[in-house]
Write a protein that binds this ligand. Structure first.
Ligand SMILES: [Zn+2]
Ligand SMILES: [Zn+2]
Length: 596
């Protein structure tokens, strides 16, 4: 979307927050509006509402908004002093509090009038009221929100709306929301028996079922195989560490509240690790390294822990125990480009195979206005950013965006953004350049002239967090995983009970298992139709129905899940061995199509 469009959309959404406040207050006299900004896809407004108000009332408020909009001419701006502001908002303690605070901070106070409604606001409205399309907004939901986000304060009611320039855009967005609801990974996680949470274990601590574990392992094995083709070596490090390590790395200060801390019986402070990097650095530092040994590439899929606030935990998107497919490359400055491109290659292969084509590139830099958020001095930052930018430009030209202030605290990074099947954007893989931890841990190699030379660390997560990646991937596929990844690849439906059929099905199952196929059999007393529907609900790629005919001919006619492309449609039935070999080949080759 063009920049000016974006700005216009923001001003429409912001203006609608005023309209919402005006309309709701007309319907619920005595209610107070607090704050109401534009947000992604829409807007919200916080209220202390007088009277009974529920989601059912949203329609009524929406109707009132359309009515009120007709009487609005535009936004009239007026500068006021504090006294005037307190007078105008004599009935609204929230506005008074804000006005006092702004005045104390030396800000100019402005009020905006639209229709009969006055609000304290710093501006950003539509220039022409006609820019607000009455058919292109909709109120969607309510939620509780503490005044100023502080739980010690009163709980207000937050009313959310979505808004666009045209009705078509709104309809498309609402359709996307409906589709997103169907694909919600929390819902599919339950239906497909992938993972669960237990109050007794604690929120944000995922319990992976056998099916979910297959999924995690399949994805992780794939990443690690790709890495090993570039000579990564696996390492293993503990879950906890002394405070001193994370102090030296900067994690102790950076993560402070998010660290799970513990004290040993001897009084030493430890914490669960929020990242593995400093430990990998210690393995590197455990021996003298020659320039001839470099690059050294370590990989480790590790559990790391962050004490997120329980209100922010949501399904797999945000958890307290995170599995990182982590890796670190220790190399010389001259090797940065080559190593970065190798990681980029792994990212392209992995995401390409999983159906996320056209990754968008974001160059994430430090924010020069706020150096306190970062380790190291500005000069180092400028140097490393220049270097990373050169690599990006060589690879993709101008096809990248810049995220100022989006860098990791120890260095700039390349972020890879993927679009899922319903058009939502997600930040997934990253490549991070780090000059700071090698400094902090004094990591060097002996160079050609026998001097100690500072090395560089490149952090390279492909999935990042397996939990968060799966929250995206489950919704991207709607739970229809490719054959190689499906927790259950083949379901055998036995038509009826008979000793001969039992034996035949046992034989197929045993062959499938010994070939490494993830197979299950359905011998229940349900009808064949119902059994097929159940296999479909579990999104099993291959189903075979075995009855008298199959027993006699020893030929199997597989049903292939509808989304899987089939290459060869001429043949319909296959000898057992050919059928199973095909599945094994598709699975091992991680192909997307079926040859059956
Ligand atoms: Zn405003
Ligand atoms: Zn790292």
């Amino acid at each position: 979307m063009a920049e000016e469009n974006k700005e216009q959309l923001q001003s429409i959404r912001h203006s609608l927050a005023h309209l919402l406040a005006d309309s709701l207050k007309q319907l619920f006299p005595g209610s107070l509006n607090a704050i109401g900004p534009a947000i992604e896809n829409g807007f919200y407004q916080d209220f202390e509402i007088k009277g009974d108000f529920g989601e059912d009332d949203l329609k009524k408020v929406e109707k009132k908004m359309k009515e009120t909009l007709k009487s609005w001419q535009g936004f009239e701006r007026r500068e006021v002093n504090l006294e005037e502001a307190l007078e105008v908002f004599s009935n609204n303690k929230y506005k008074q509090e804000l006005a006092k605070e702004f005045a104390e901070g030396g800000k100019t106070l402005t009020i905006y009038t639209s229709g009969d409604f006055v609000d304290l606001c710093k501006g950003g409205h539509v220039e022409d009221i006609k820019q607000i399309n009455p058919d292109a907004f909709k109120l969607t939901k309510t939620a509780g929100a503490y005044w100023r986000g502080d739980e010690k304060n009163i709980m207000l009611t937050r009313v959310y709306g979505v808004a666009f320039e045209t009705k078509e855009q709104l309809d498309k967005y609402i359709e996307m929301l409906e589709e997103a609801k169907k694909r919600d990974h929390r819902k599919l996680g339950k239906e497909l028996d992938l993972f669960t949470f237990s109050d007794m274990v604690g929120s944000g601590l995922t319990l992976w079922s056998p099916r979910g574990t297959i999924l995690r392992k399949g994805l992780n094995d794939y990443v690690q195989e790709l890495r090993d083709s570039y000579d990564y070596q696996e390492v293993t490090t503990p879950h906890i560490t002394k405070k001193e390590l994370f102090q030296a790395s900067g994690h102790w200060a950076k993560f402070s509240d998010e660290l799970f801390k513990t004290t040993t019986r001897e009084g030493h402070e430890f914490s669960l690790k929020p990242m593995s990097c400093p430990m990998h650095a210690q393995i590197y530092a455990s021996q003298p390294r020659s320039y001839r040994d470099l690059p050294i590439r370590y990989r480790e899929t590790a559990f790391v822990y962050r004490d997120e606030q329980s209100g922010e935990l949501s399904g797999l998107s945000r958890v307290r125990c995170i599995t990182q497919d982590d890796a670190h490359v220790f190399c010389r400055t001259t090797q940065i480009e080559e190593e970065t491109l190798k990681i980029w290659d792994i990212i392209d292969k992995f995401y390409g195979n999983l159906g996320f084509s056209d990754l968008k590139i974001m160059f994430s830099t430090h924010d020069p206005e706020d150096m306190s958020a970062y380790a190291g001095d500005e000069e180092k930052w400028m140097q490393s950013e220049e270097q990373l930018l050169k690599i990006i430009k060589n690879k993709v030209g101008d096809e990248y965006t810049v995220g100022v202030g989006e860098a990791a605290f120890y260095g700039p990074k390349i972020d890879f953004m993927a679009f899922d099947a319903i058009g939502r954007e997600h930040q997934l893989a990253t490549i991070q350049l780090d000059f700071n931890q090698p400094e902090g841990f004094d990591l060097t190699c002996v160079n050609e002239t026998s001097e100690a030379e500072r090395v560089v660390m490149i952090h390279a997560a492909i999935m990042g967090s397996i939990e968060r990646f799966l929250s995206v991937y489950i919704e991207h596929t709607g739970g229809k995983f490719p054959i190689w990844l499906a927790p259950e690849q083949l379901r055998i439906i036995q038509v009826k009970d008979s000793p001969e059929l039992d034996a035949f099905v046992d034989e197929i199952t045993a062959s499938a298992k010994s070939a490494g196929i993830r197979v299950s059999t359905d011998r229940s007393n349900e009808s064949v139709g119902k059994k097929i529907r159940e296999a479909e609900m579990m999104k099993v790629p291959y189903t075979i129905v075995v009855g008298e005919k199959e027993l006699e001919t020893k030929l199997l006619s597989p049903r292939v899940r509808s989304d899987i492309a089939v290459e060869n449609r001429e043949e319909k039935s296959y000898p057992v061995d050919n059928f199973l070999t095909s599945i094994v080949n598709e699975s091992n080759g991680r192909v997307q199509k079926s040859s059956l």
